[in-house]
Design a protein around this ligand. Structure first.
Ligand SMILES: *Cc1c(COP(=O)(O)O)cnc(C)c1O
Length: 431
């Protein structure tokens, strides 16, 4: 049995000082009936908690750690940059380098602005779309998460889904009135709404692969319909690639599905584990951002040199030949192994996977949208989570979050994980 004494003590102190003891809600582990582990350190695929327990990590800081933890090239880049100082509030060469890398990676992005989080990127992209079109209404999709800005807190995924809250107090009705949330993957419903009200829609924002209700890939035709109708009615199509960017392919989901949105949002991997977001797109739109244009957006620490260095080092590693092939291979190994483990134990589950992002749903129906995801047995998921943790496997503490594989995961990690899952499935089916 693992012991969690230090984590428990730290959490008790934290709860007195920080709401729920955490600085982001899902970390509190409420929906799985545990309390959070405090992490002491991490290297490669392995996390070590404050009590010295080790875990194979499939959270990867919720997406950024595609190289695994403490990658030597990233640590070196941070250390080298640190010697120059930490923040100047003035341009540095590293911002230009990272912007060049993003623009080269993602053909639909001709200009890009750095911010400090995915939330900021999505919020700024929508402001820009509203500014450019002179319209107010945006369309999003149920179960997608675009950060915690007011506009997006309608039928949102991630922590909003985990905590089962419809939206949030503190968000004015007047703001929500301008947000329409439609079912993910329902191209017909979307097309009908656009045909009726397309001329009032400033932007359609979507996770091109949804990763905040578990993992839900787009069905064929869905993204194509979004592109077609937004072009027809002059609405901007925003791909929120905060999670998928540099994850499902170097050029993100838009490379995978061959669809060029008007604006794209990035975060997570692009900051290599430091707080970075970015939004970009066609020049004609990005030129409307201040000071080139009238749409205001700013940031004291935006383009921070240390964060830029971590992002550059990460992208430099992952664009090396063969990187995504290896990641695909090891991720497929995990998915197939889990399916086999489920079959061996008569466990019903639905696995969705796009590259190194995976959703493991404890349900017997295919998961194509948020309603399907919500048919999962959440109590059983909680038990699965706790038993996997006890066996040294660190999963996201919610059915509505994705599983991330990193390049640091070894075949041994994967086979240990599958063996753990099979023994957990067996225990659960005996209960
Ligand atoms: C994580 C995420 C965000 C929010 O990013 P933060 O850095 O947490 O603000 C926005 N959109 C998507 C798709 C995300 O996965």
């Amino acid at each position: 049995m693992k012991t969690y004494r230090k984590s428990s003590e730290l959490f008790a102190r934290a709860k007195e000082l920080i709401p729920g003891g955490v600085n982001s809600p899902v970390r509190a582990c409420r929906s799985v009936g545990t309390t959070p582990l405090f992490i002491e350190k991490a290297a490669g695929s392995i996390l070590t908690d404050a009590d010295g327990n080790h875990y194979i990590d499939y959270v990867g800081s919720w997406g950024p750690m595609i190289l695994g933890h403490s990658h030597p090239a990233v640590i070196r880049a941070i250390e080298d940059t640190l010697k120059r100082g930490t923040s100047f509030g003035a341009p540095v060469d590293l911002e230009v380098t990272l912007a060049e890398m993003i623009v080269h990676a993602v053909p639909s992005v001709e200009k890009v602005r750095m911010v400090n989080s995915g939330t900021e990127a999505a919020m700024s992209a929508v402001r820009l779309a509203r500014g450019v079109t002179g319209r107010d209404v945006i369309i999003k999709f149920d179960g997608c998460y675009h950060g915690h800005a007011d506009t997006f807190l309608v039928a949102a995924g991630s922590g909003v889904a985990t905590l089962n809250i419809a939206g949030s107090p503190g968000v004015p009705d007047a703001v929500i009135a301008h947000t329409l949330s439609l079912p993910y993957n329902d191209a017909e419903r979307f097309a009908r709404v656009m045909e009726k009200s397309g001329e009032t829609i400033a932007a359609v924002i979507v996770e091109p692969v949804a990763g905040n209700m578990g993992l839900v890939p787009p069905v064929p035709g869905f993204l194509e319909t979004l592109r077609e109708k937004t072009l027809k009615y002059g609405s901007l199509l925003i791909f929120d690639e905060v999670m998928t960017g540099f994850r499902v392919a170097y050029g993100g989901a838009q490379e995978l599905f061959h669809i060029g949105p008007d604006l794209s949002c990035f975060g997570k991997i692009v900051g290599g584990g430091l707080p970075v977001g970015a939004y970009g797109g066609r020049k004609e739109f990005m030129s409307q951002v201040a000071p080139e244009g009238p749409v205001y957006q700013a940031g004291t620490l935006s383009g921070n040199p240390i964060a830029m260095a971590a992002g550059i080092a990460t992208l430099t590693e992952i664009r090396k030949p063969g990187f995504y092939d290896r990641l695909e291979q090891i991720s497929a190994l995990l998915a197939h192994g889990l399916e086999q483990a489920a079959a061996n134990t008569n466990t019903r589950l639905a696995i969705n996977r796009v590259g190194s992002m995976m959703g493991v749903f404890l349900t017997d129906r295919p998961v194509k949208n948020f309603d399907d995801a919500k048919t999962s047995n959440l109590e059983k998921f909680a038990a699965y989570y706790r038993k996997m943790l006890e066996r040294g496997i660190y999963l996201a503490p919610s059915q509505f979050e994705a599983t991330f594989v990193s390049a640091a995961h070894s075949e041994r990690d994967i086979s240990d994980t599958i063996a753990a899952a099979e023994s957990v499935f067996r225990e659960l089916s005996a209960e």
